[in-house]
Design a protein around this ligand. Structure first.
Ligand code: TYD
Length: 132
């Protein structure tokens, strides 16, 4: 199940500062940080699940629609709030679409990049959920 959490933020007349301390705000050890940016209008990203990877997604700027499936239920969220993060557990099918121009989507991940952790078809994803 996805979980939305607020990111602590200090706001004053000079703007806002949001901060994340891995050991305090993230329920896994952060092994990798990556971010999506420069995504052209109409692009759809994702279209996969991960076997073991935990992720936390933050819309630093802009917005997108995150569509997920956990093997039983589908969910669709528009994310666009830089003071919140969304935790995505392993075995979550995800599709990212409707990127607003200028969107920057930051992802904190529990493992280094590893192609064998990906499940690239929805059928394989459903089989993996059944075997869980
Ligand atoms: P992918 O995870 O498929 O992107 P998306 O789900 O956003 O469409 O990754 C796209 C490409 O980037 C793919 O060739 C793998 C590579 N990649 C890395 O090399 N390191 C990384 O940490 C990530 C996330 C992707």
């Amino acid at each position: 199940m996805l979980e939305r959490r607020g990111i602590p933020t200090v706001a004053d007349r000079l703007g806002s500062l949001s901060f994340i301390e891995g050991a305090v705000h993230i329920p896994f050890e952060i092994a990798r940080v990556y971010y999506l940016h420069g995504v052209p209008g109409g692009a759809e990203r994702g279209g996969h699940a991960h076997r073991r990877l935990h992720q936390a997604m933050i819309l630093v700027s802009g917005s997108l629609v995150l569509r997920t499936h956990d093997g039983t239920e589908e969910s669709e969220l528009r994310l666009g709030e830089p003071t919140e993060l969304v935790l995505i557990p392993p075995l979550t099918w995800r599709e990212l679409r409707d990127f607003r121009p200028g969107t920057v989507c930051l992802v904190l991940a529990s493992l280094p990049y590893e192609e064998t952790d990906y499940i690239r078809t929805f059928e394989d994803f459903l089989s993996a959920v059944r075997r869980r």
